[in-house]
Structures are given as structure tokens and as C-alpha cells.
Design a protein around this ligand. Structure first.
Ligand code: GLN
Length: 291
């Protein structure tokens, strides 16, 4: 009798991953294997290591159905983080919903710099302007829970997302979050030791060149920094001093071609000892100034 299964692929974890990797690569995804693993792990309610423990097991029909839908959406370039509802940042699983920026690895540089400052002045008062997903304030709070931390954002999606992530951390004295367009809802006065921000800094006419994951699916308001990308950074440099204590620090993430202009903005607005912090490619991604 003819074997009807002859030549028919058995969709094991291994085969599924192999097929999806090629497929997503074809669709222009930058890290197709990683994407395939993250999506399959999500569909099978396990993690990436877990997949390798069941590498030769076939998927059930139901699992294949769930996974197929995830792959379909990924192929149209929806970010993996939105499909699985989370992104790893500073070894934390940060929940992300559409409407907030997905945490980026380069923002860990910002976190390192701020963390160093917080450790130097235990119990300091800190404000994060534009908390987005909440990745930065959550990572900070997980490391230095003794700080008196506040976070604001103009976007309700962002505040909800940050609130949900903070709730997951289970802290007793969780940072306070509030709605504000930069400092609009903050009382003038020397309140903070540290102001931190990862503001929108991409020049407007550059947005259309970004990958579809960013351009189509992420909030433009969290990315678009106006004609030169410096609109929000300029406002931060001009107004932060009204809210910083003497010797207070402004620490922000910037675009990789902006360090000269932003250093100038810091100095012309009274900041001293402006320091640059580079990524592994020797591009300046974070600036710190003291008032
Ligand atoms: N680093 C982000 C990107 O290149 C931009 C984040 C931001 O504008 N703050 O997509």
C-alpha cells in the first residue's frame, strides 16, 4: 500500500522554526530566527529554551493555528513585542501594548547612567519625563527602590502601560505617575535631583525611512522630534532648570548624530560638566548635564 504520509513534512518545533525563519526573512524581517522562536514560544506558552526541550515534537492543530496567525501578522511587520505583549529590558519582562514605544536596547545606556547617579545619592528625587512603556522607571525602581521617583507622559496609553508594569513589580512605595506635557503639570521649584528622559528625537522627514515595525506600528508622537529632531530636547534643555535643585542633573537619550547640537543646547541653557556616553559603536547616545 502506498504510504500517504510519504514526503509529507511533520511539523515539529524544529521544522516549524526552520520554515518560519525563511519565510520571515523573505518578508524583510531583520532577525527572523529570533522572531520565529519568540512567537512559537508564545504560542506554546513556553520560553525559547523550552522550545529546544521539545524540538522534535509535532505541534497540535490548535497550536499550529495560533502560531500561523502570529506569523501572518509578523509577516506584515507588526513588531514581535506587540504580538507577544512584552519586551525584555534590563532583564525585566516589560509589558507593551500598541500605543507605546517598544523599549530599545540602547536605552539601557540611559539606565546605566541614571542608575550610577541614583546610587551616588540614595533617596534622591527623580522625575522621568515621557515614561512611555514604563521600562526605564520600572528598571530603576527594581534596582534602587529607595528613590523618590515620579514619571509623567502626555499619552494616556503610556500612563496606563507604565502603571500596569509598575503594578507587576509589587513595590510598596511605587513611583507616582501623572499626565503632563513635559513639565506643564509640574509646579515650578527646585524639586528634583535628577530629570531623565528618552524624548522623541527623530527628525520628521526621516520617519518615512524607518522600518515598517516602527513607522507603521509605533506611536509617531514618541518618535518625531520635529524638523531637526530637537524640538522636545530643546524644550527639556530650556525648562528643566526650573525644576532641578542646585547641582541637579538632566540626563537624556539622543539620536546618534545629535551630540554636538544637544551639548550646545545644554551649555547655552546653563548646564555645566556636560558629559557624553557612547554605545558600542562609539556613537554618543546619552548626555548628562549639571545645573
Ligand atoms: N531609538 C529609537 C529608534 O531609533 C527612537 C526613540 C526615540 O525617539 N526616543 O527607533
Amino acid at each position: 500500500m502506498k504510504n500517504r504520509n510519504y514526503n509529507k513534512t511533520i511539523w515539529t518545533v524544529k521544522e516549524v522554526l526552520k520554515w518560519t525563519t525563511d519565510y520571515l526573512k523573505d518578508k524583510g524581517c531583520q532577525s527572523p530566527r529570533l522572531d520565529a522562536e519568540l512567537l512559537l514560544a508564545h504560542a506554546l506558552k513556553t520560553n525559547r529554551l523550552g522550545l529546544y526541550l521539545i524540538f522534535d515534537q509535532p505541534l497540535s492543530d490548535r497550536e499550529r493555528m495560533i502560531y500561523r496567525e502570529l506569523v501572518r501578522r509578523r509577516a506584515s511587520r507588526e513588531p514581535v513585542a506587540f504580538l507577544v505583549g512584552k519586551k525584555e529590558f534590563w532583564s525585566l519582562d516589560i509589558m507593551v501594548r500598541p500605543g507605546v514605544l517598544v523599549p530599545r536596547p540602547e536605552t539601557e545606556i540611559l539606565l546605566e547612567v541614571v542608575l550610577e547617579e541614583c546610587k551616588k545619592s540614595p533617596g534622591c528625587t527623580l522625575l522621568e519625563v515621557g515614561c512611555g512603556s514604563g521600562a526605564v522607571i520600572c528598571a530603576l525602581f527594581s534596582e534602587v527602590p529607595d528613590i523618590d521617583a515620579y514619571a509623567c507622559d502626555i499619552s494616556m496609553d503610556a500612563l496606563q502601560n507604565t502603571g500596569a508594569n509598575l503594578a507587576l513589580l509589587n513595590g510598596l512605595e511605587s513611583p507616582s505617575i501623572f499626565a503632563s506635557d513635559l513639565f506643564e503639570s509640574v509646579r515650578n521649584g527646585p524639586i528634583f535631583d535628577i530629570i531623565v528622559s528618552n524624548p522623541p528625537y527623530i527628525p520628521s522627514n526621516f520617519i518615512h525611512q524607518l522600518e515598517p515595525e516602527v513607522r507603521v506600528f509605533e506611536p509617531k508622537r514618541a518618535l518625531d522630534g520635529g524638523p531637526e529632531g530637537l524640538d522636545i530636547i530643546r524644550r527639556l534643555a530650556q525648562t528643566s532648570r526650573n525644576f532641578l535643585k542646585p547641582e541637579g542633573k538632566l540626563i537624556i537619550e539622543i539620536g546618534d548624530e545629535q551630540s554636538e547640537e544637544v551639548s550646545d543646547l545644554f551649555t547655552t541653557n546653563g548646564f555645566v560638566a556636560v558629559k557624553q556616553y557612547n554605545d558600542l559603536n562609539q556613537k554618543t547616545r546619552v548626555l548628562k548635564g549639571i545645573i
